[in-house]
Structure formats: C-alpha cells, structure tokens
Design a binder for this molecule. Structure first.
Ligand SMILES: CSC[C@@H](O)[C@@H](O)C(=O)COP(=O)(O)O
Length: 351
C-alpha cells in the first residue's frame, strides 16, 4: 500500500502521520505502524477530522494485516480498539463495522491481508472521490464576492482530499470566484487559527482570523454572506454534530438570515441515528480549557478549576439552510421527506 496525502503517507508499508498538534510552526512526521501508536495519535488529535480518522485507522490495520501470521481474530481486536479512540465521528464506526463484519465472515484458514487491504483502498478512494463531488456541489452555491465564515478545520488535514467545507471554499476559489474567508480560531484546540489558516495561506485564498465570540458582531455588520462547516455525524432528521461552537454559529446565522450549510461525505450520515439526541459527544481533558498546549504550552486558569470540555455540539436540522453532500444538496424539505435515509456508504453493515 503506497499513498501520500497532506497529513498521512504510507511508503513501502511504512505508515506516518503529520503531527497536527504542532502545526503550523513545526512539520513533524510520526510513525503510525503500530495500533497503540495510532490509537494515541487519534486520541490526542495528532491525526484528526472525521474522514481522516477512519482512513488513518484502516491504513494502520492494513499494515498489521500485511505482517506474516496476523490472524483475523487479532485484526478484529485491533479494529475494535481503534474504534474506541474517539466516539463522535461516525466515519470510524462505519469503517470498523464493515471491516469486522467482513473479517468475521471470512474463511478462518485464509490470509486476511487481501481483505483488509481492499477495505483500506476502498475507504481511501471513496473519501477522495466524495471530497471532489461535494466541493463541486457546494461551489455552485457560492456567489462571486462572498465572505464565508468557517469553523474548525475541514480541509486536506482533515480528509484525504480537498476537504469538506474547506473543499467547497477551495473549489470556489479555483473557479475564479473572488471569495474571502473568515476563520473562527476554534477554541479550545485552535484548529481554525492554526490549521485552516495554514491551509488557506498555502493555497493563497484570502482569509481573516477571528475569535469565536466575534462571529455575531460580524454578522450584525453584514460582513458574513454564508457559513460553511464540516460534520462528524449527521442524523437522518438533519441534526448534526460538529466541532463545539457550531451550534452557536447556526443560531446566529438563523437570527441574521445568513445561509448555513454543513458539508460532508455520505460516510458521515448515520442511518442508525434518527435524531441528534442519539449522537455521543466526546468530552476531553480539562487541561485543554485551562490553557493551551502544543508547540508552546501555557496554563492561565487557576489549577484545580472546574472545567467542562465537550469537543462537539449538536445543531438541529431546522437551523440548516441545506446540507451539502457528495450526492447533492439537500434542503430542509427534502431532509424532512427522508432523503438522508436512503444514503449508504457500505453495502453491508454490522452493529
Ligand atoms: C472533514 S471535517 C468534519 C469534522 O471532522 C470537523 O469539522 C471537526 O469537527 C473536526 O474535529 P476534530 O476534533 O479536530 O477531529
């Protein structure tokens, strides 16, 4: 297996990830061949973004499978371990369920290598293609001269392609539309201020970073024409989970009558989730809120302060103007009519 994307690469069976906790100031590649290493990288967000987490996990499993003597039983155990690393993004769940289902059905005497490699190649290829399709669907909505607000990082660092919300922005820019992006810094881990700014800068797309609490004021000043965000899990009624702060943006956009769209691949829709209430929300280490960590660490809050640190929030579907998927643009009416129920990433699915 050989591939190279912005933040993950595999050469001659050696898998590495770009440590996103150190960006934009240091570009350090880390070994990710071992399941324990990959689990740790995903957990501490060295590799992150819903689609990329699934890609990273399955690539690591393909490396395991290529080792002499690896059994299907061991691979199922490894898959379930990686699946438990982060609970909200459903892409990892889809991949893990598909892989364990295929491994359980496989002939116990056969070598699982080819099966795992095929699932890995399938997941990566589909994610890249879906990125392309959703970026084109989304870009068709963007008007020349728009100021677009985005949250967190949804680009080539979060996917193995052009990205979701950032893919739409990139495609609109590529088409020659004169756009400008407001980037929410995205506390507590600053994926916007560090990672989205890094990607936009390298692409030459004009952008301005704002603190998360500035969005409402900018909207009131008519400085924002559209909000584009990613998603970690979409329920079939259109409710969706995304980086903490997304819900506040949706409420503000609704109040100011600004179009608001989550952008995601079909692999982000969870057919088993009928509403946002069923989406598990990851809670993270209090240290992330007490200060910042990464290439430079500082704690400003008093040690021992109470902290609540949910990594995601849920935006109700009725606040969404339309959902941009690789399969098309779904407005509120079509979501209410059940269009998301029909989407399926894999043909088979194990619970
Ligand atoms: C393709 S990006 C979709 C989401 O994964 C993205 O918006 C997001 O919330 C990422 O969260 P993170 O905690 O950095 O993995």
């Amino acid at each position: 297996m050989n591939f190279e994307y912005l933040s993950i690469r595999c050469r001659h069976g050696h898998l590495e990830i770009l440590d996103q906790t150190l960006l934009p100031h240091e570009e350090v590649w880390l070994n990710a061949n071992e399941v324990s290493e990959m689990f740790d990288h995903i957990k501490r967000l060295a590799v992150r973004g819903a689609p990329l987490i699934a890609v990273a996990a399955v690539a690591c499993l393909a490396v395991q499978a290529s080792r002499e003597g690896t059994t299907a039983e061991k691979l199922i155990k490894d898959t379930l371990h990686l699946k438990s690393s982060r609970p909200t993004a459903v892409n990892l769940m889809h991949m893990s369920d598909e892989l364990t289902s295929q491994l359980r059905q496989s002939d116990p005497s056969s070598n699982p290598r080819d099966l795992v490699l095929k699932v890995a190649e399938d997941v990566i290829k589909k994610e890249v293609q879906m990125n392309q399709s959703m970026s084109r669907h989304g870009a068709s909505l963007i008007q020349n001269g728009e100021n677009i607000l985005t949250h967190c990082n949804t680009g080539s660092l979060a996917t193995p392609g052009v990205g979701t919300a950032l893919g739409v922005i990139r495609e609109a820019h590529r088409q020659g539309k004169n756009i400008h992006v407001y980037v929410d810094e995205t506390r507590p881990l600053l994926q916007g201020g560090r990672l989205t700014a890094y990607e936009l800068k390298s692409e030459g797309i004009p952008f301005t970073i704002i603190c998360d609490n500035m969005a409402g004021f900018l909207m009131s000043q008519k400085k924002i024409d559209r909000v584009l965000v990613g998603s970690d899990r979409i329920a079939t009624n259109g409710d969706f989970a995304n980086k903490i702060g997304t819900y506040s943006l949706a409420v503000l956009a609704d109040y100011h009558k600004i179009p608001f769209h989550p952008v995601a691949p079909a692999s982000t829709v969870d057919p088993d989730c009928s509403s946002g209430n069923e989406i598990p929300i990851e809670e993270r280490n209090p240290a992330e809120v007490l200060g910042v960590s990464g290439s430079q660490s500082v704690q400003w809050a008093p040690t021992g302060s109470n902290v609540y640190n949910p990594a995601f929030d849920v935006t109700p579907g009725h606040l969404v103007t339309s959902i941009i998927l690789d399969t098309g643009v779904y407005d509120r009416q079509s979501i209410q009519n059940g269009s998301l129920h029909k989407l399926k990433f894999f043909d088979s699915k194990e619970k």
